[in-house]
Write a protein that binds this ligand. Sequence first.
Ligand code: ATP
Ligand code: MG
Length: 202
Amino acid sequence: MKKIGIMGGTFDPIHYGHLVTAEAAREKFHLDEVVFVPSGIPPHKKKRLISDPHHRCFMVELAIASNPNFTISETEIKREGYSFAADTVDTFVEIYGKNAEIYFITGGDAIKEILSWHKIDDLIKKCSFIAATRPGYDFSNGFHLPSPYQEKVFPLKVTALAISSSQIRSMTAIGESIKYLVPEDVEKYIHVHGLYRQVNEE
Ligand code: ATP
Ligand code: MG
């Protein structure tokens, strides 16, 4: 049975917090592959103008190039409308069939809202969740979700990296260095393409 991890996110831009989380999940849960899935229009981020998908995907590609266990899927980018995890997992079930176990990897901030996710009842039957610790969203005392969710959400302790894409965008906008927060090629890409020069948050 193949074990596939799905690492969803806006990745605007991808940073070391994402990469460390994906690698820790791969190792601890013995995943054969972690697929990064950049979102199209994420349902919870309607207010901010999100960078062009082609920039976000390219940065993911640069960031994962050196890890043979990491791949990228553009399924959410290519799908019309909002990006829901339920549709993404359906796509993976179609591709891998019943011969794969699917683990959806999220940071602890996202898992807190899991119960409100679109088609969650359906989703929970098709995959498990890995909920990674993230600075500011600690759940060292465990988390309590009603059955059957609790049984399918596995906590993962990840080396704490207090990095967020929002922070990288705002640092870039005011001309601060983002070196060592994102892979070097991603840093170069951001500068060459003039991304995040303007503050664009709401
Ligand atoms: P933004 O600041 O724009 O919300 P972000 O840094 O939260 O960006 P996302 O693309 O929203 O990045 O996150 C994708 C996934 O990665 C989410 O499940 C999120 O919880 C997780 N994640 C992001 N940063 C970290 C981090 N530093 N440590 C652990 N998990 C993280
Ligand atoms: Mg986020």
